[in-house]
Ligand binder design. Structure first.
Ligand SMILES: Nc1nc2c(ncn2[C@@H]2O[C@H](COP(=O)(O)OP(=O)(O)OP(=O)(O)O)[C@@H](O)[C@H]2O)c(=O)[nH]1
Ligand SMILES: [Mg+2]
Length: 455
């Protein structure tokens, strides 16, 4: 999709590959209705009003019936793509789906590229780029939290906020220009101090948005939870108890787990990515050492750490020394079915929650699951109403902060307005790239080829 033709008529199967009750084939473009009508047995679609549904049969080139189906007609510009669109609901046989697409292609439609329907919607001004990416995120969302963020983005919440930032920056630029126009006369339109305050506010807002990316990305991809601790404390047993499956090997031999073992589970509104790690201890075993290195890396990358302490053999946790402010620590005292938790509790340091469990009897596992959703909730709540989940948006915000800092430095050191205006334009450029007011074919191709065909 390097040079994309946006004026012909395209078609694709929009439902997932395979057999289903029904499958939807979408046709979009200036000839969508005409092409479908040429293969249609039933009342002609040529005069059909927009947003109407019609029963008939789809025919192959020889006139034989491929299937009875329902055609929904949307006339442009009031359609998803802005062009005329027909959606055919056929029976979900793999053969019927393929035969229907083939007959449409034989009659003059072209097979759509990945994401081409949404790309056309963007080109027609139906949505901006951030909203189009929201559509892709919505399709990919696996939890309520990820769905909520995606739907807000798709409905334009993020775009609106960017527009406000854009307007503030333009205002700043025009005030600077006024200053330039009247610099000969001794009139002060806006004091530099005021402009500086405004620029600092903008920096605060953009920084806040950019820093929400860590949480946003975790919510979208699954919040990484590392299960860590010394050997034999029951980390693998805990993973199995949480995910409700025999995912990891459990044994009473110290150093059983060597590699990272991951499993993804939805709890409440969130997706969590649990990572069982090798128990940390001094060892001369080469493979085990490599495993322990991986445990330490997993600790560095996790959003939530479950520090597992064996109630029957409590030990200190030097391995948690380097955790950062943005990481959340939960102490899990395990094997409470065989030993009291008092001594283990004295090993807890800096944890947000302490949960007593038995991975064996499953006692306390629900409490632990609840504690995890409470932390996840703070990830959502701690970032205001805009949460950035897209790496491209994050990068654009970070890129915008560089020239914005130059604006602030320029205002502080009383630099001439035209230099500052140049930096302001650069900030606007980076913010504009998020919604697609400034963009290139290359960027568009990268974004839309991540979509599925038929969307
Ligand atoms: N009684 C009791 N035994 C447990 C509990 N959890 C785990 N165990 C036992 O403790 C032993 C170690 O369990 P694992 O889950 O393999 O421990 P681990 O922390 O993954 O160990 P490494 O992989 O070697 O680091 C096994 O014999 C488990 O059956 C529990 O809650 N109660
Ligand atoms: Mg293990």
């Amino acid at each position: 999709m390097i040079e994309i033709e946006l004026n012909d008529t395209i078609c694709a199967i929009s439902t997932p590959a395979g057999v289903g009750g029904i499958a939807v084939i979408r046709i979009s473009g200036p000839q969508a209705i005409e092409i479908t009508d040429s293969l249609w047995k039933g009342r002609s679609l040529a005069g059909a009003a927009s947003h109407t549904v019609h029963y008939g049969s789809i025919l192959d080139r020889s006139g034989a019936i491929i299937d009875d189906c329902v055609a929904t007609v949307f006339r442009g510009p009031k359609s998803f793509t802005g062009d005329d669109v027909v959606e055919l609901s056929v029976h979900g046989s793999v053969y019927v789906q393929k035969a229907a697409v083939k007959t449409l292609v034989d009659a003059g439609a072209r097979l759509a590229e990945r994401g081409e329907f949404t790309r056309r919607a963007f080109a027609a001004g139906k949505m901006d780029l951030a909203q189009a990416e929201g559509v892709a995120d919505l399709i990919a969302s696996r939890s309520r939290a990820a769905h909520d963020i995606a739907i807000r983005q798709m409905k334009g919440g993020f775009s609106e906020r960017l527009q406000m930032l854009h307007d503030s920056l333009l205002e700043l630029a025009s005030l600077l220009e006024l200053e330039l126009d009247f610099s000969e006369e001794d009139v002060e339109f806006a004091s530099r101090r005021k402009l500086l305050e405004q620029a600092q506010d903008l920096r605060g807002e953009i920084t806040r948005m950019a820093s929400s990316f860590d949480s946003g990305n975790a919510i979208k991809e699954g919040i990484p939870v590392a299960i860590v601790g010394p050997t034999n404390v029951g980390k693998s047993s805990l993973l199995n108890a949480i995910v409700g499956d025999d995912r990891a090997i459990v044994s009473d031999i110290h150093g059983t787990t060597r590699d990272l073992i991951e499993d993804t589970v939805n709890i409440g509104d969130f997706t969590f990515r649990f990572i069982d790690t090798a128990g940390i201890r001094d060892t001369s075993d080469t493979i085990e050492k490599l495993g322990i290195d991986r445990s330490r890396q997993a600790i560095g990358r996790a959003t939530i750490l479950l520090q597992v302490i064996d109630a029957a053999n409590p030990q200190k946790s030097e391995y948690l020394q380097n955790i950062t402010d943005s990481q959340h620590l939960v102490a899990v005292i395990n094997k409470t079915d065989v030993a009291p938790s008092d001594e283990a509790k004295t090993m807890v340091c800096g944890a947000e929650a302490v949960v007593e469990v038995s991975a064996k009897t499953h006692h306390g596992i629900d409490t632990l699951r609840h504690a995890l959703t409470e932390i996840a909730q703070t990830l959502l709540a701690g970032n205001g109403d805009i949460i950035v989940t897209n790496a491209r948006h994050y990068q654009a915000l970070v890129d915008a902060l560089v020239p914005l800092q130059r604006v602030i430095d320029g205002l502080t050191s009383n630099l001439s307005g035209d230099f500052i205006a140049q930096d302001l334009r650069e900030v606007l450029h980076h913010l504009g790239s998020i919604t697609g007011t400034v963009t290139t074919t290359e960027i568009l191709t990268t974004i839309f080829t991540r979509f599925c065909i038929g969307k």
